[in-house]
Write a protein that binds this ligand. Structure first.
Ligand SMILES: Nc1ncnc2c1ncn2[C@@H]1O[C@H](COP(=O)(O)OP(=O)(O)OP(=O)(O)O)[C@@H](O)[C@H]1O
Length: 215
């Protein structure tokens, strides 16, 4: 499977945030988005995840077997700034919800809830309400969401912001393993994050749009 983004542009409100973004990622490859605050990294990640409609272009997954093309969002996990978990439900209930909602695209690669908790270093506390946990524990369980329902593409927006060094290392390891198993990762991050050999794309924000139009 290959991810192909072609001629993407996106608008927020009245403004074009970026134009003409194209890239291709093969299995195991990764892309790091760089650029100053407000340059459009989160916007691009949301477009790739299928959460925002692009103004132009498309992002698709192409099957190596039969050339079938599907929207990239259908094959993606999106870990944004928010954790996407209900505070009133237990951790186990939250993760079980995501597991059944997302299904298993990976022919048995998805982990059970307790195994995913263990993989993020937090076995034995999934019976607790999510809202009881510390901010770092909550973020770790948001990462466990990536493991309970396999998706070949991980779209990550500053996933380790505000985590301690041990959590960084744990997540780096998860990212590395995902890539070794053929997964694709696209991340806006200032941390190393297991993104060795990653391609890089600098977002230019309004400057890029102006340059594009004046070229
Ligand atoms: N809903 C919205 N309506 C209008 N403008 C928006 C909206 N959401 C974001 N923007 C604008 O789009 C631009 C890109 O924002 P985005 O969050 O993609 O940047 P970013 O590169 O991820 O920034 P940061 O590094 O601060 O997270 C910013 O100028 C922002 O103000």
């Amino acid at each position: 499977m290959r991810l192909n983004a072609e001629n993407l542009s996106a608008r927020r409100g009245d403004d074009l945030i970026f134009v003409n973004v194209s890239f291709t990622l093969a299995e195991g490859e990764a892309l790091v988005l760089t650029g100053r605050n407000g340059s459009g990294k989160s916007t691009l990640l949301r477009v790739l995840a299928g959460l925002l409609r692009p103004e132009t272009g498309h992002a698709v997954c192409i099957s190596e077997d039969d050339g079938e093309t599907r929207a990239a969002g259908e094959f993606s996990h999106y870990l944004g700034h928010r954790n996407g978990m209900k505070r009133e439900l237990t951790v186990a209930e939250n993760l079980a919800f995501w597991k059944s909602f997302l299904g298993d695209l990976g022919a048995g690669q998805s982990l059970e809830v307790e195994a995913a908790a263990s993989a993020v270093g937090l076995a034995g506390i999934t019976h607790l309400p999510y809202g009881y946990l510390s901010a770092g524990q909550q973020r770790r369980f948001a990462m466990a969401r990536l493991l309970v329902a396999h998706r070949p593409i991980w779209i990550l927006d500053e996933p380790t912001a505000a985590l301690d060094r041990r959590a960084d290392t744990m997540f780096e390891d998860l990212v590395r393993r995902h890539r070794q198993a053929g997964g694709i990762v696209i991340a806006a991050t200032h941390q190393p994050l297991g993104m060795e050999g990653a391609k890089s794309l600098e977002m230019l924000g309004f400057d890029g749009v102006e340059e594009e139009y004046s070229a």
